[in-house]
Write a protein that binds this ligand. Structure first.
Ligand code: NIG
Ligand code: FE
Length: 389
C-alpha cells in the first residue's frame, strides 16, 4: 500500500459537493491522500494522516486532471497555410479534411504513432490525464482499422469516426460510402473502439446517413457520439438525442428546440470553443444550454484543421471570456463534464475512490486558469497517484 499526501493545498477542487462548497466541492487549506492509485482521504491539511511520501503545495491549487473527451490525434501532416488563409478571410470548409486523409494514408504506422505520442505528451503537460482519441483521417476500412489500433496503444477511449467526410474515391457518392462503412468498416474496427462518431453537417453526412452509421455502430457494440451543429443549424443535435448518444460535440448553431431536446435527454453537449476560435466561427451559446439544465463538457478538439491545440486551460479561458461561462462552470466542464461525456465515474473528480489523477497549479486557485490565459500554470500532473509531469 503506497500512500502519498498532498498537503497545504490553498484551494482544492474535488467536484464532490459532499466534500466542499458548490458543484466544484471546493475546500481551502486542504489535503488529499492517494493510496494505490486512488483517492483515499480528503480533509483539512492540519488533520492529514501519515503517508509514505508527501508534497507540500505551499498554498497552491489542486484540481482533478482534465478529462479531454474530444480529440483527433491520429493524422499526418499539418494545414498551417489553410489556417493562414482563413485568418485572411477565407471560410472554413470541411474539404480540408481530405488533405489530411491523403497525408494520413501515405504515412507509416510509426509516423502516425509518433504523432499521437507527441500530442498526448503536450496534452498531459497541459493537465489532461484522460484523453479520448478519434480516428477519421483514414476513411477506408483498412486505414480506419490501423488508426483505431494505433489510438488503442495510447488510450482506452478510442472513437471510430467512421464517417468524417466521404474520401476522394467516394466523391459525390456519400450513400455508397455509408454502405461500405456499415457493411465492412464497422465490423473490422469495432473490436478496437469504444465509441462510434459521425460528422452530421452539410457537406459531410445528412441525418439519414449519420443515423445509419450510428445504428450499425450500436449493433456492433459501440456507443454513439456525434459531431453536429458546428458550421450551421442542422439535425446533429436532435439525432444525437434521438440515438441517446453520449455526447454531441460543437453545438455552435442551435435552435431553441435543440436546447429543449438536450435538456430533456441525457446527451452531454460538448463545446469546443478552440475550434470556433481557430475558424473565426461564432461561439456557442453556453448560457442558453447551462441555464436550461443541459450537462456541458469542454473539449480542446485537437486536430490539424479547425483547432491545432491540445490545451484545455486555453479553452477554459475562451469559455469564460467569450462563452460567458463562470470559471467554476468552465473548470467543471473540463473535468467532471468530460467524464460525463465519456460515461466515466472513476475520473473527473477527487471524490473518495476516484482515480488519483490530479493537477497542481502554479497559482492559488482555479480562477487563475481563466485569469492568466496562455500562462503554463500546470506545475504537477499526477496519474494514478504518481507524479508524471
Ligand atoms: O472537430 N468537424 C469535423 N471535424 C474536425 C475538423 C477536422 C479537420 O478540419 O481536419 C472538428 O472540427
Ligand atoms: Fe472534432
Amino acid at each position: 500500500m503506497a500512500t502519498t499526501a498532498l498537503t497545504n493545498i490553498g484551494t482544492l477542487v474535488t467536484n464532490d459537493p459532499t466534500l466542499g462548497e458548490g458543484a466544484l466541492g471546493v475546500r481551502h487549506d486542504a489535503a488529499v491522500v492517494f493510496e494505490d492509485g486512488v483517492v483515499a482521504w480528503v480533509g483539512d491539511s492540519a488533520d492529514t494522516p501519515a503517508a509514505d511520501t508527501g508534497r507540500d503545495l505551499d498554498g497552491r491549487a489542486v484540481l482533478p486532471g482534465f478529462v479531454e473527451s474530444h480529440s483527433h490525434l491520429v493524422f499526418a501532416g499539418e494545414r498551417a497555410e489553410e489556417f493562414a488563409a482563413r485568418m485572411s478571410g477565407e471560410k472554413y470548409a470541411a474539404g480540408g479534411i481530405r488533405t489530411t486523409i491523403e497525408a494520413t494514408r501515405a504515412a507509416s504506422d510509426d509516423q502516425l504513432a509518433a504523432n499521437v505520442r507527441r500530442l498526448l505528451g503536450e496534452s498531459l503537460r497541459s493537465g489532461s490525464t484522460t484523453v479520448e482519441c478519434k480516428t477519421g483521417y483514414g476513411q477506408s476500412a483498412s486505414d480506419e482499422l490501423r488508426s483505431a489500433q494505433i489510438a488503442g496503444r495510447f488510450t482506452d477511449e478510442v472513437t471510430l469516426l467512421a464517417a468524417h467526410v466521404p474520401p476522394p474515391e467516394y466523391a459525390g457518392r456519400a450513400d455508397d460510402y455509408v454502405a461500405m462503412v456499415c457493411d465492412e468498416m464497422i465490423a473490422a474496427c469495432a473490436p478496437h473502439a469504444k465509441w462510434i462518431d459521425v460528422f452530421c453537417e452539410r457537406g459531410a453526412f445528412n441525418r439519414e446517413q449519420a443515423r445509419a452509421v450510428l445504428t450499425a455502430g450500436v449493433e456492433a457494440g459501440l456507443i454513439p457520439r456525434v459531431h453536429g451543429n458546428q458550421l450551421g443549424e442542422g439535425p446533429g443535435v436532435q439525432l444525437a438525442v434521438e440515438m441517446n448518444a453520449a455526447s454531441v460535440d460543437h453545438v455552435t448553431y442551435v435552435t431553441p428546440a435543440d436546447v429543449d431536446a438536450l435538456a430533456g435527454g441525457s446527451t452531454v453537449a460538448t463545446l469546443l470553443p478552440g475550434a470556433d476560435f481557430s475558424t473565426r466561427n461564432k461561439y456557442p451559446d453556453a448560457r442558453a444550454l447551462l441555464d436550461a439544465g443541459v450537462t456541458v463538457a469542454l473539449g480542446a478538439d485537437c486536430n490539424p484543421g479547425t483547432c491545432y491545440t491540445t490545451s484545455l486551460p486555453f479553452c477554459i479561458a475562451i469559455a469564460v471570456r467569450e462563452l460567458h461561462m463562470t470559471p467554476a462552470e468552465a473548470v467543471w466542464a473540463a473535468t467532471a463534464g468530460g467524464a460525463r461525456a465519456l460515461q466515466r465515474e472513476d475520473v473527473g473528480s477527487l471524490r473518495i475512490g476516484a482515480r488519483a489523477d490530479a493537477i497542481g497549479l502554479d497559482a492559488p486557485s482555479y480562477l487563475h486558469l481563466a485569469y492568466r490565459p496562455g500562462v503554463p500554470l500546470i506545475r504537477e500532473v499526477f496519474k494514478d497517484g504518481t507524479l508524471i509531469a
